[in-house]
Design a protein around this ligand. Structure first.
Ligand SMILES: [Zn+2]
Length: 157
């Protein structure tokens, strides 16, 4: 016998701190990907208070309503970008945070490349396998192990 069984589904939702709009991660409305996240530690001399942490999640409508008048919007193709940003900030990251984001993205891309074994990564994997004296399919596991050790948080003593 076929029947429908009720299930509970949990969805990740970000709520705009200004208007309360719910932005669901898996929704087709694209609000999740267009949200802006403010997250930074205030520096010396900040109007938010020296060393305080400042956070906020905002929908695109609120960003446009509050900041739209002063935003510079340039017509551009993301797949063949001709636009050169005036600075290296990404969304509302501060520059030191942006550098960490880029560093992490690069590490993730390298790990993904090692796992997929594409193009130049194939050559890197072969070279590493020869140097380590192991089979090529073991290189990713060894690389992960070394990355875990290298990025282990230092104990504070
Ligand atoms: Zn909003």
């Amino acid at each position: 016998m076929l029947r429908f069984k009720p299930v509970t589904v949990e969805k990740l939702v970000c709520t705009c701190d200004r208007c309360g709009r719910a932005m669901e991660q898996d929704s087709n409305d694209r609000e999740w990907q267009e949200r802006l996240i403010v997250s930074f530690r205030a520096g010396y001399g900040s109007i938010f208070g020296d060393g305080n942490f400042v956070e906020g999640d905002f929908c695109q409508e609120c960003i446009k309503t509050v900041l739209g008048k002063w935003l510079r919007i340039t017509d551009d193709n993301p797949f063949d970008s001709q636009h050169k940003p005036l600075n290296d900030a990404d969304k509302i990251y501060q520059s030191y945070q942006f550098k960490e984001v880029i560093k992490t993205r690069n590490q993730m891309n390298q790990i993904t490349g090692l796992m997929k074994g594409l193009g130049e990564r194939d050559e890197m994997r072969k070279t590493l396998a020869e140097r380590l004296g192991v089979a090529e399919d073991q290189v990713a596991t060894i690389a992960f192990s070394h990355l875990l050790q290298a990025t282990e948080p230092k104990s504070q003593s």
